[in-house]
Write a protein that binds this ligand. Structure first.
Ligand SMILES: C[S@@+](CC[C@H](N)C(=O)[O-])C[C@H]1O[C@@H](n2cnc3c(N)ncnc32)[C@H](O)[C@@H]1O
Length: 281
């Protein structure tokens, strides 16, 4: 079942959280000069057109980037500055039409010897990805099932890297499937940093994901979450979070600063944040 199209949701509060925190994780890994592998398993389009019929249907970007743009405050955490620089680069004509997604973010952070692989199985989304992101020696695009690709592409030859898991969770069984697939992959790539996004929805199915990870053999899982409360009453999704397996030590301070900033600017501080171990070391 592949009906989900991320353009309808591009730039919303969840995208703000996921892209900024993902950038913090990658930047922390890059404090070491050794090459690494980045894997965007559920990539979608790379760049989203915020003037498209899809994006304008519910204007979800008004709960996220639309609230923040243009950025006035100059004294922002590093992760926020990095992300805004990327958005500005995509909108050099000073419009605010092109919103960079996870693949564009990761591609912008690649160093000379890093590699990036990005997968999407949806034919239209993959076409969009190919159109907006240039493949190269260090950047491979795959029209492929992410769950299968995790087993096939890991462990990477670099022996270090970040794996980003961002499914649509349209099918309820995906919460379990994500935990099961990461648990099966983990023994082959224990050094990997796995960043797993989840939505906060009224059915609260993210607890299934938590339970499955707690039952697994994986340790060292950080929970980073923003519950926006009643800030966006028109949206079912009232917040989102990321589980980060093996969070780089250097990233923790930056993630906390980013999380605090996002809550302050998206919900005027009314949201509830989590920065805690789901499973300790
Ligand atoms: C939430 S969107 C990804 C958004 C993107 N990561 C970003 O931040 O810009 C989820 C994407 O996963 C794709 N997808 C869903 N199931 C998949 C699967 N089994 N294998 C590969 N891609 C899949 C969908 O087509 C959709 O484009």
């Amino acid at each position: 079942m592949l009906s989900y199209q991320h353009t309808y949701h591009a730039g919303n509060h969840a995208d703000v959280l996921k892209h900024i925190i993902l950038g913090d994780v990658v930047a922390a890994m890059q404090k070491k000069s050794t090459p690494m592998f980045l894997f965007d398993a559920f990539a979608s389009r790379g760049i989203y057109d915020l003037t498209s019929v899809e994006a304008l249907k519910n204007c979800e970007f008004n709960t996220g980037i639309g609230k923040l743009w243009p950025l006035k405050d100059q004294s922002n955490p590093l992760g926020i500055t990095r992300w805004f620089r990327l958005i500005k680069r995509e909108n050099l004509d000073n419009t605010f039409n092109r919103f960079p997604g996870s693949t564009a973010l990761l591609a912008s952070m690649l160093r000379e010897d890093d590699r990036l692989a990005a997968c999407d199985l949806h034919p239209q989304e993959f076409e969009g990805l190919r159109h907006s992101i240039n493949s190269s020696r260090k950047l491979a695009l795959h029209k492929r099932d992410a769950f299968e690709a995790l087993g096939a592409l890991l462990p990477p030859k670099e022996k270090r890297g970040v794996v980003f898991i961002d499914p649509s969770y349209e099918d309820k069984s995906e919460y379990q499937k994500v935990a099961e697939t990461i648990s099966a992959t983990y023994p082959h790539f224990r050094a990997g940093v796995y960043v797993i996004w989840y939505p906060l929805l009224p059915a609260a199915r993210h607890h299934e994901l938590f339970k499955a990870f707690k039952r697994s053999a994986i340790r060292n899982i950080l929970r980073v979450e923003l519950d926006c409360g009643n800030s966006f009453p028109d949206m079912q999704m009232h917040g989102s979070g990321m589980l980060i397996v093996n969070p780089p030590w250097h990233a923790k301070q930056d993630i906390q600063s980013s999380l605090h900033w996002i809550n302050k600017y998206l919900t005027d501080g009314a949201g509830k944040t989590h920065f805690s171990w789901l499973v300790p070391e």
